[in-house]
Design a protein around this ligand. Sequence first.
Ligand code: LLP
Length: 465
Amino acid sequence: MTRTHEAGAMHGDYASLRPAWLGVPEDVNAILPQLWSQNVERAAGVLHIGGLSVEKLAAEFGTPAYVFDEDDFRARCRAWTEAFAGADVFYASKAFCSKAVLRAAAEEGLSVDVCTAGELAVALAAGVDPARLGLHGNNKSLAELHQAVEIGIGRIVVDSFQEIERIEAISQELGRRANVMVRVNVGVEAHTHEYIATAHEDQKFGFSLTGGDAYEAARRVVHAGHLNLLGLHSHIGSQIFDTAAFEVSAARVARLQAQLQTDLGITLEELDLGGGFGMAYTTQDDPQPPEVIAASLRRIVEHECAGAGIDVPRLSIEPGRSLIGPAMFTLYEVGTVKPVTLSGGASRLYVSVDGGISDNIRTALYDATYSATLASRSSSATPALARVVGKHCESGDIVVKDEFLPADVAPGDLLAVPGTGAYCRSMGSNYNHVPRPPVVAVRDGQARVILARETVDDLLRLDVG
Ligand code: LLP
């Protein structure tokens, strides 16, 4: 174990460059359990998952690759369903969508939330029962709505007055009744990045609570001939740690649900409180365990229902990130290492890997923070303030903005970035015609490809000239 102190003379005054939250590690080789999936460890210097070394995985499957700890994902699914026993846990497939993952979620007792025909197709191909699917989206196409009603989807979460009319017309035409929830914008300002906060007033999702639209939408659904109102839905944003934000939103939506029951003389069986529960990307993140979240949400909903004198509805939630995010890491190979000395003498080590913004756009898009470790060996070199960058042609192509890596990190080393299961592959692109990496699942010590590596031929196939 290497001990170091802040004034690492070898690399200049990096104290002035590193963010306040990033301490100089006592052991630059340490694998902090809160940042990694549960079956990852460093053994004989090398990172292992489920007993398989990353060197073996890289040799067999190539780099970059997303490495998926399936046992960890399944354990998280169970932890959430146990904490929310008596409620429905929907896996939000937008976080990561593949047949193997949706099948695993369903096998662990989860329902699945989809928001496009593409995600729906994967869920159906995975064999998920349509009755256990929820369909989201602020602009679902007529074809998507038609298919949803036709297959008897469990619920459609409506997001506009036009959509209520469309689903009613389709249901009438097909001679079906559609189960519907009304998405309410509860007006809670969650403390997260603006682009992933969804319940402040000035944005596109849901019916406004304060303006009365949510009440009116629910009233119209109740009076439509072919719609069945299950209850209300709210989702306040993503990567939220503040349970108070969830509590305020749950209280508001439960209160409206109670008011609708009393005014319209109906019983609404369900209440969906959405997803958005935060996960740990770096040591600054401290997520609440599911049982704490479950207890606080239950308490609030029970309190509101008792006050209104109505029965407590069946709850549902829709976590995506907190289930899949921590269950994957991205394995890269280092191509170049470049110390960059800035005016003032401070120095930063630019470590270029064989992927980048095409496999993880979150750093560039949301200023997201990640961590990284040298995976193919341990090192006794001094920690150096590093920036992990990709191979794309722009300077914003940053994977990990600030991390301490051993100063001897070198071309050919493998580097692993944990916490990349959510919104990395699913938001991946082919920028610069870089094919997207495969997803390699490890379960019971066995590795298999669940999403194949894209090839340049795949891209050329679409280029019809
Ligand atoms: N339910 C609804 C209605 C949602 O819109 C979302 C996410 C979720 C559940 C799941 O949220 P989660 O538990 O995964 O936070 N691309 C952004 C995140 C966008 C989230 C969109 N909706 C990111 O990379 O941070």
